[in-house]
Design a protein around this ligand. Structure first.
Ligand code: SF4
Ligand SMILES: [Zn+2]
Length: 138
């Protein structure tokens, strides 16, 4: 993809993201992103345990945990993305695992899944801005 097509693509995504507003939609999207990232990590790092598109037991547990945390997020009314969170509710062991996953899969997402990567960046930045604006009004 050349630079011009890439810019056109980001504009289109930004446009479609403007319509993606509800908390539930964003939360589902966050779950989709984290699941993809863990599967990608598993495929690249646990080759012997990974089976087709099915992650290993450890990674399956991590997906379940991340999805569960998202569903139970205490900040659901104000935010949805864990990477904007100052609290981080993950227990230390799971937090260490998810950080490793993000480090590995984050850069790879741009090449394997550009639409998802750009959408996540756009929504995440917008949310961060909204949280900062709310905090400045307090
Ligand atoms: S890390 Fe923060 S944003 Fe993510 S689920 Fe936990 S409390 Fe919510
Ligand atoms: Zn794995």
């Amino acid at each position: 993809m050349d630079a011009f097509s890439f810019l056109k693509c980001t504009e289109k995504i930004e446009e479609s993201m403007r319509n993606k507003k509800t908390i539930e939609e964003k939360r589902e999207f966050e779950k989709e992103v984290v699941t993809w990232m863990i599967k990608k990590y598993c495929r690249g790092n646990h080759k012997l345990k990974h089976n087709g598109n099915v992650p290993c037991e450890d990674c399956k547990q991590l997906i379940e945990y991340a999805v569960f945390r998202s569903d139970k997020c205490p900040f659901i009314e104000t935010k949805t993305f864990c990477n904007n969170c100052k609290v981080h509710c993950y227990k230390p062991e799971m937090r260490a695992k998810i950080k490793e996953v993000m480090r590995y899969s984050g850069p790879r997402m741009l090449f394997s899944h550009p639409v998802m990567a750009i959408s996540h960046v756009i929504l995440s930045r917008r949310e961060k801005k909204e949280v900062e604006e709310k905090n400045s009004l307090k």
